[in-house]
Structures are given as structure tokens and as C-alpha cells.
Ligand binder design. Structure first.
Ligand SMILES: Nc1ncnc2c1ncn2[C@@H]1O[C@H](COP(=O)(O)OP(=O)(O)OP(=O)(O)O)[C@@H](O)[C@H]1O
Ligand SMILES: [Mg+2]
Length: 459
């Protein structure tokens, strides 16, 4: 076997030389020079060998998705096809580009293929054979090409209209093939997404999996299926992930809704806004930690909002500063959040440890406006009217709150062994803003909490 180009060019790829050599095969292609190739692992191979015209691949982070894309691109290119690889991010593009240019490196060097670094294309002069890689995230950025094989990597982050409007038409002339590649997006990874429906890739996967015609096929594997990623690298990746994010990004599961959870993601998403109106009252809800758990710290405000021509008071969740730490650490965060959002009052739950929240907060800043709230009823009973407000479209998240929303959509009253501290803080603040008798936005079924005085608002 000849000396690997990778060996010479990418010593930083964190693979031993032996593993590197073992992961490659050299294919001798009729009439062409040797092409150095990755040897695909089973899951990748199964997807490659399928004869479906549309393949939807759902795999975990570092699961070998982009390597797969480059490998099938090289196969198709050597078969005389035109390939367009599109992905929303520059780093994916670079991974792909590195793979294809390395594999075809000798032939490029010898002038058999022509490489254009500026527009990331490799072509065989005098033919229509070409590989082109571009960053694209919607119909407009995908436009302007035609292909026999279109690969959309990180498809979950793209505006799904790119496929109907540009992708499918571009393949129509030659009845080309398409490969959609995605990792189920956790809430944390969704902020950079251009998807209109965060579940669009999951929906396409489900349809492909149920396809009876043979035209569509679905393939899935977790990160761990990739034998070339070390346990250590995987541990680094899952560090700090919520259990929901782990299921999505590592196990490659499309976690849509947890049956029985008080909130569902679609409701939260449909009410989400990027800006809030001037807020007439703002408060910070605090759920003190019981033992080593997090201290829930959530800020929200009330302001006028117009829906279908009717103006009403709506709630806007503006900050989640929950954290794990010493009383001084979380009390400092509460106080800084209070000042940051120019809150009128802090509401702290008094159930645990007497006046722990008030004394901790006052130690940091004695001047804050503070009110205790008491939990005389179970969490679920307190949370239900707040969940109802969401269903009525009266609570808006200003931006994304991944950890809070993960708790909201996965906590099961009476079943979950863990305590939803962020949810508790959220429930307190929304109850005080929207459901307590003193709030202007009293619901038809107000929840009166014993021990809470009327909140007259501004200091
Ligand atoms: N068949 C293979 N042979 C050798 N190495 C592989 C193979 N497939 C993947 N790898 C290696 O595994 C690592 C992850 O691969 P890749 O970047 O393709 O995964 P990914 O699923 O696209 O990751 P991400 O989620 O970060 O986009 C890389 O170091 C890559 O070189
Ligand atoms: Mg990738």
C-alpha cells in the first residue's frame, strides 16, 4: 500500500498511523489510477448500498455522516456523475472538502482532475463530471446548480423549502438522487438553525421509513456506531448535555413529545418571539435548590400583545439564569438577574429551609424588593394553570431557553424522579404575573395562593 496522503497531511487528526492505514483501502478503478478510500463501517455501507433514489440518514454527532457523504460523492464522481454537496456551515464544508480533495489528491496533482479551491469544485476537464461543495441553508443559497446527486448535510438546520423549491427541480432533468443527512436537533443546537419547522427532518425520516415504493429509504445509527471515534472523544461531547439532548444528538433519536408532559415543544415554539413589548411588570422567580440540585432562577414580564386584532396582557419569559452552586453563588445570580431585567420584585419559594431565599438574597443586596411564595399544593397542580396559559398562546419565550424547555417538555408529574427547578421558578413567576389576584391579567380561573399578598406592582 502506498504511503497515505493523510498520514503526511493530517497528523492532527488524532488517529494512530496504524488505525489510519487500516481505515483506508486503495481501490483500483478500471482505466484510472488508485484512489485512496475510507473503508466504510457497516451502517455507512448499508446506506451506501441501498438502491433508493432518496435516502434520509439520521445519525448521531461524530457518527461519520460527512465522511459517508464524501465517500458516496467520490463513488458517484468516478461513475461519471455531477454531485452537489450542500451544508449550512463552513466547518462541515471543510470536513467534506478535505475528504474529497485528499482522496482524489493524486489525480488532481497529475492534472487528471481540475480542482477549484475558490468555489470548492473538482471536475474532469472536457466532461460534465464534477463534485461541487457549497454552503447553503435555504432555497436561494442552493440555487444556481444542477446535479445527478444532491447531498444535503445537516439538513435539520436548513430551511426545508430548499428541497421543494430548488433541490427536487434541480434533479428532475436526469432523475437524480438525493441524500438527506441529519442529527436530531437538541434545543441547545437549534439557535443557529434556519429550519422553519424544527422537526422537518424528523418528519421526512418518518415518511421515508414508511415508504412502500422503494424510492425512499431511511437509515439511522448512534454516534457510537462509528468505530473511529474514541470513548474519550464521546465523553467530551456529552459533557453538560441534558438527557434529552443526549438521546437526540448521540443516540440519534427524534424526541418529539414526551407523552404526559405538561408542555409540548410545538406550543412553546409557536408562541416564541424575538422581541417583547414594553413590560409593565417584571419579576424574578426563584426555586431554591433542595440539596445538590439547581436553583431555578427565571425572569418574566407582562406587557400588551395584540392577537387577531385584540390586545391583551401577555407574559414574556426573558431570562433563565438557573444554576447549581452555593447559596451565595445563586443568590448573587438572582440579584444580578433582578438588576439586569430591571425587575420589580423577586419571588422566592419558602418551602425549603424557612426564609433561606430571602436571607441569602438580602445578604447580597439588602435593597431588593422581595416576596415569599408558599407551595401549599403539589408541583403539578401549581403548574397546570401555567401550562394552560401557554395553550392559550398567552406566554411567549423571548428567544430560546434550551434547558428550561427541555425540563418543561420532559418532566412527568408524579413519575419523574428528578425535581424540575427551572420549571418551578417559571411557574412561580408566571403565576405571580398572570394568575395571582393582584395581577392585571387575571385569568378566568385565578389561582389564589395562600400567604401571597396582592402584588401591586411597581416599586
Ligand atoms: N469510515 C470511516 N473510516 C475512518 N474514519 C471515519 C469513518 N467515518 C468517520 N470517520 C471519522 O470519524 C470522525 C467523525 O466523522 P464525521 O466528521 O464524518 O462525522 P459527522 O457525523 O459528520 O460529525 P459531526 O456531527 O461533527 O458533523 C472523523 O474523525 C472521521 O474521520
Ligand atoms: Mg458532519
Amino acid at each position: 500500500m502506498k504511503k497515505s496522503r493523510r498520514e503526511a497531511e493530517a497528523p492532527d487528526k488524532q488517529q494512530s498511523v496504524a488505525a489510519l492505514v487500516a481505515s483506508h483501502v486503495v481501490c483500483s478503478l478500471s482505466g484510472r489510477r488508485d484512489i485512496e478510500r475510507r473503508e466504510l463501517f457497516d451502517e455507512q455501507r448499508r446506506a451506501r448500498d441501498s438502491s433508493a433514489k432518496r435516502k434520509v440518514i439520521r445519525a448521531g454527532r461524530r457518527g461519520g455522516k460527512t465522511t459517508f457523504a464524501s465517500s458516496v460523492s467520490i463513488d458517484a464522481f468516478l461513475d461519471g456523475l455531477r454531485i452537489l454537496y450542500a451544508t449550512p456551515t463552513a466547518d462541515q464544508l471543510q470536513t467534506y472538502w478535505y475528504e474529497v480533495t485528499t482522496a482524489l489528491g493524486d489525480m488532481i496533482h497529475e492534472g487528471v482532475y481540475r480542482k477549484n479551491e475558490a468555489n470548492h469544485s473538482i471536475e474532469r476537464p472536457g466532461t460534465r463530471e464534477r463534485i461541487r461543495a457549497k454552503t447553503a441553508w435555504n432555497a436561494d443559497t442552493l440555487r444556481g446548480d444542477y446535479a445527478d446527486l444532491l447531498i444535503l448535510d445537516e439538513w435539520q438546520m436548513m430551511d426545508e423549502r430548499a428541497w421543494d423549491r430548488v433541490g427536487a427541480p434541480m434533479l428532475a432533468d436526469n432523475d437524480g438522487d438525493a441524500i438527506f443527512i441529519y442529527t436530531p436537533p437538541s434545543l441547545a443546537s437549534r439557535s443557529a438553525s434556519k429550519a422553519r419547522d424544527a422537526q422537518h427532518a424528523a418528519k421526512m425520516f418518518a415518511e421515508a421509513a414508511h415508504d412502500q415504493t422503494g424510492r425512499w429509504a431511511a437509515f439511522t445509527w448512534p454516534s457510537k456506531a462509528n468505530p473511529h471515534i474514541s470513548d474519550e472523544a464521546l465523553r467530551g461531547l456529552v459533557h453538560d448535555m441534558t438527557s434529552q439532548a443526549y438521546r437526540q444528538e448521540i443516540m440519534a433519536e427524534d424526541v418529539v413529545d414526551v407523552p404526559g408532559a405538561l408542555w409540548n415543544q410545538a406550543t412553546i415554539d409557536s408562541n416564541r418571539v424575538t422581541k417583547h413589548p414594553p413590560l409593565v411588570r417584571v419579576g424574578v422567580g426563584v426555586d431554591p435548590p433542595g440539596g445538590a440540585t439547581e436553583c431555578g432562577i427565571v425572569a418574566a414580564g407582562v406587557g400588551p400583545w395584540r392577537v387577531n386584532g385584540k390586545q391583551d396582557q401577555h407574559a414574556f419569559v426573558i431570562m433563565d439564569k438557573s444554576l447549581r452552586g452555593s447559596p451565595h453563588a445563586w443568590a448573587s445570580e438572582v440579584v444580578s438577574c433582578y438588576h439586569l431585567v430591571k425587575a420589580d420584585r423577586i419571588f422566592g419559594e419558602k418551602n425549603f429551609g424557612g426564609d433561606m431565599v430571602e436571607s441569602a438574597v438580602r445578604t447580597v443586596d439588602a435593597t431588593v424588593s422581595y416576596q415569599d411564595v408558599y407551595a401549599s399544593r403539589g408541583k403539578a397542580v401549581r403548574a397546570e394553570p401555567v401550562a394552560a396559559l401557554y395553550e392559550q398562546g398567552r406566554v411567549h419565550h423571548v428567544g430560546l431557553f434550551p434547558e428550561l424547555e427541555a425540563e418543561m417538555t420532559s418532566w412527568l408529574a408524579g413519575e419523574s424522579a428528578w425535581s424540575p427547578n427551572r420549571v418551578d421558578a417559571l411557574v412561580w413567576i408566571l403565576t405571580m404575573l398572570m394568575l395571582s389576584p393582584g395581577s392585571k391579567a387575571v385569568m378566568s380561573v385565578p389561582q389564589v395562593l395562600p400567604g401571597t399578598s396582592y402584588w401591586t406592582g411597581l416599586r
